[in-house]
Design a protein around this ligand. Structure first.
Ligand code: 5GP
Length: 189
């Protein structure tokens, strides 16, 4: 997606050769116009599939997920990072290894929002080593749902999450695939 790649080149900040900061348009300040374009791209790329639900993880996945859910007229469920005390019903949980914080945390989704027979589109902002996506897949499977696709805004292809998930048979659509980042140079596939 050219508009996204241009924006990454213009406003993305390389923090280390493995971490990209995009907080001026994607995950702190959000550019609604760009999110709208992102949701159109996901809708187009997955137009051969039928989903009845989107699953993401708070907080950075929510904006692209909600806009895509709006386009597809389907609900959006986001996994919570701290199981709230109000979640008294059964929950599906999974552990994520945070790549940026180098620590583990648990994500939860109330069992009332994932049902057997659901066909789920997972959406997230980044794909690095695939821990967040694998945790979301686990939550979907715990509820008897099927993951029909994974939509990623920025895939860092030099990390192995994409390869791993594709080898597991998942269809991944990444709107920008970064092959390498170093100094102030970002190279896309
Ligand atoms: P993974 O679980 O695939 O290793 O990492 C994906 C998750 O970690 C995403 O949900 C995202 O929030 C975070 N993440 C991974 N790499 C980056 C990065 O380079 N920049 C930012 N801002 N977040 C990242």
């Amino acid at each position: 997606m050219e508009l996204l790649k241009k924006r990454i080149l213009k406003d993305g900040e390389i923090i280390t050769d493995r971490i990209l900061k995009v907080d001026s348009f994607l995950n702190h300040q959000i550019d609604p116009y760009l999110i709208e374009e992102i949701s159109s791209a996901f809708t187009y790329r997955f137009s051969d599939q039928i989903f009845n639900k989107i699953l993401t993880v708070e907080s950075s996945g929510i904006a692209p997920a909600v806009m895509t859910g709006f386009k597809l007229s389907i609900p959006v469920v986001f996994a919570k990072k701290n199981k709230p005390s109000t979640m008294i019903e059964n929950a599906f949980t999974a552990t994520v290894h945070s790549y940026t914080k180098n620590s583990d945390y648990e994500i939860s989704v109330s069992s009332k929002f994932i049902k057997k027979g659901d066909r789920i589109l997972i959406i997230d902002d980044f794909l690095a080593n695939g821990s967040a996506a694998r945790a979301l897949i686990s939550i979907a499977e715990q509820g008897g749902a099927k993951v029909g696709g994974i939509g990623i805004v920025i895939e860092k292809s030099f990390q192995n999450g994409g390869k791993l998930l594709r080898e597991m048979g998942y269809r991944i659509e990444s709107l920008a695939r970064i092959e390498s980042m170093s100094g102030n140079k970002i190279q896309f596939i």
